[in-house]
Design a protein around this ligand. Structure first.
Ligand code: MLT
Length: 302
């Protein structure tokens, strides 16, 4: 019998489907310090972002039953993939499942900022009526620069276009000839966009992608959305850009450290903040569960 540890939980329908296929699924959480020893008893380890599959975890699991780690989500920055592979463990993710949910959240942050929805929620609860102060701007007719035109970027582009935005993009892999949107260099995108939305993984060798130099290139009054990874943007530089007015608003779902302790940033009147909920929809979690089940069934021929 295949034994599966879903250390950060798993959608009930996926647990049922795995059990129906003859697997045993354990959804209780093993603390990080005990994980390497504990996973030796399992064939599969499923994680979201909370559990870190470090080199130490993989080394401790070496030579055991553990053959597969699945990241129930897109970003694999919490898994040391070379170390896992070197210890005979394959790593998979669920790249298709959450694109639409993350793209919808990015659109939500754009409206929250451009129409002062986020701050109105805060100030109205304090008894304020800031009707005159909150004259916003439409997103219709504005240029949205998408950094990272993978599945999420493309989903966002379609929605933004339908809302009347002009979409431009840049991507590490260059121009995608299948897409009709204008491809720009990162520098040109920063200089011309009214809204910038990030959809790239964090590369620890490269470091952050958006720091002071990049903020300086942006248009005055730009809106920045980060639903990708917190470390892609330098928070100190972002705060400076918000305080100087260079950045009119920042929509943040991700932070350098999570849970974030950067209260100055999340309390900033021109920040719309959410606690890494890009993929936290019923639909995305159901699709993630389905992808996880299909990956396990294929891997073990169930
Ligand atoms: C992902 O990489 O799938 C998202 O950031 C969502 C998550 O980690 O829960």
């Amino acid at each position: 019998m295949i034994r599966v540890l879903a250390n950060d939980g798993l959608e009930a329908s996926a647990v049922k489907a795995l059990e129906a296929a003859g697997a045993e699924v354990v959804t209780s959480h093993v603390e990080q310090a005990d994980l390497g020893e504990a996973v030796r008893e399992y064939d599969v380890l499923i994680v979201r972002s909370a559990t870190k599959v470090t080199a130490d975890v993989s080394e401790k699991a070496k030579g055991s039953k553990l053959k597969l780690v699945i990241r129930a989500g897109v970003g694999v920055d919490n898994i040391d993939i070379p170390a896992a592979n070197a210890n005979g463990i394959e790593v998979k993710n669920t790249p298709n499942a959450s694109s639409n949910s993350v793209a919808e959240l990015a659109i939500g942050h754009m409206f929250a900022l451009a129409r002062y929805i986020a701050i109105s929620n805060v100030t109205m609860r304090n008894g304020e009526w800031n009707k005159k102060k909150y004259e916003g701007s439409e997103i219709f007719g504005k240029t949205l620069g998408i950094i990272g035109m993978g599945r999420i970027g493309q989903s966002l582009a379609k929605k933004a276009e339908a809302l009347g935005m002009k979409v431009v993009y840049t991507d590490l892999f260059g121009k995608n000839d299948k897409l009709a949107y204008e491809f720009l260099s990162l520098e040109d995108l920063l200089k011309t966009s009214d809204f910038i939305s990030l959809h790239v993984p964090y590369d620890k060798n490269q470091g952050s992608l958006i720091g002071k130099a990049q903020f300086d290139m942006m248009k005055d009054g730009v809106f920045l959305i980060d639903c990708a990874r917190g470390k892609v943007v330098e928070e100190a530089a972002l705060l400076e850009a918000l305080n100087s007015g260079k950045v009119a608003g920042a929509g943040l779902d991700v932070y350098e450290e999570e849970p974030t302790k950067n209260t100055e940033l999340v309390n900033h009147p021109r920040v719309s903040a959410t606690p890494h909920i890009g993929a936290a929809t019923k639909e995305a979690q159901t699709r993630i569960g389905e992808e996880v089940v299909s990956t396990i069934k294929t891997f073990f021929n169930l």
